[in-house]
Design a protein around this ligand. Sequence first.
Ligand code: PXL
Length: 273
Amino acid sequence: MKRIVTMQDISCIGKCSLTVALPILSAMGIETAILPTAILSTHTMFKHFTFHDLTNEIEPILSNWKKENFTFQAVYTGYLGSMEQLQIASKLIEENKNACIIVDPCMADSGKLYTGFTEQFVKGMKQLTNKADIICPNITEAFYLLDKPYHEDYTEQEIRDMLKDLCATGTKTAIITGVSFQKGKVGAYAYQSEKDTWHAYYTNEEPEHFHGTGDIWASCLTGGLVLGKPIEQAIQIACDFVKISIHKTLQEQNHNIYGVNFEQAIPELIQML
Ligand code: PXL
């Protein structure tokens, strides 16, 4: 059985980070070790939330794991809460030289940094992405990583240039999610620097936007790759699963805005594998 490790927070309610990564990766048949970075009452899109930092727990957990000689096929990092956690993630990557490293630079959306993030953190995250095999920023995060002003009227050439720039400092493959060049269509655009190849995949855009979809997308991508799918197929699975999850959410009359009904889409995910 494949075993991976994912480092991100536990938002107790809110359907993001570990509460989506763990069920999705488990459903995909992958043993998923977790390194929780913090425990929050909800994700930070709520007006009030508690935040208990778990940084001090991480190093002892890692040193215990070392004694057991655990190995991981992939290291997947998501929401990290501090500069110190970026350092720990970096160390985790260095200690797992044979693993596929997937860094989702969770820090921004809709043109803005999430609550609590700073320009200094963005610089630190850029350093972390340089160490990854694969990164999957959304459009906003891609602009932040490249220190470019966010705008919505980007062209396909601009996205291609950004993907190349993201790979220029170390990342082997960059995928920008939430890309749209045509009204009603949204997808992901990838550049594999080692092969100098491009790949884009789009689905019909659903009429509402929800929190947590980036984490669902990155979890599916990670799962697909760990299962040995070609990156084009892993991207398709991730895009389709997010789309189906949003669709199921919209079918429910009193749906939550804080997350999507990905749970009800898991049978379709398994069929896609
Ligand atoms: O989905 C990204 C995410 C993860 N974890 C926490 C968040 C967010 C987005 O707001 O607040 C705690």
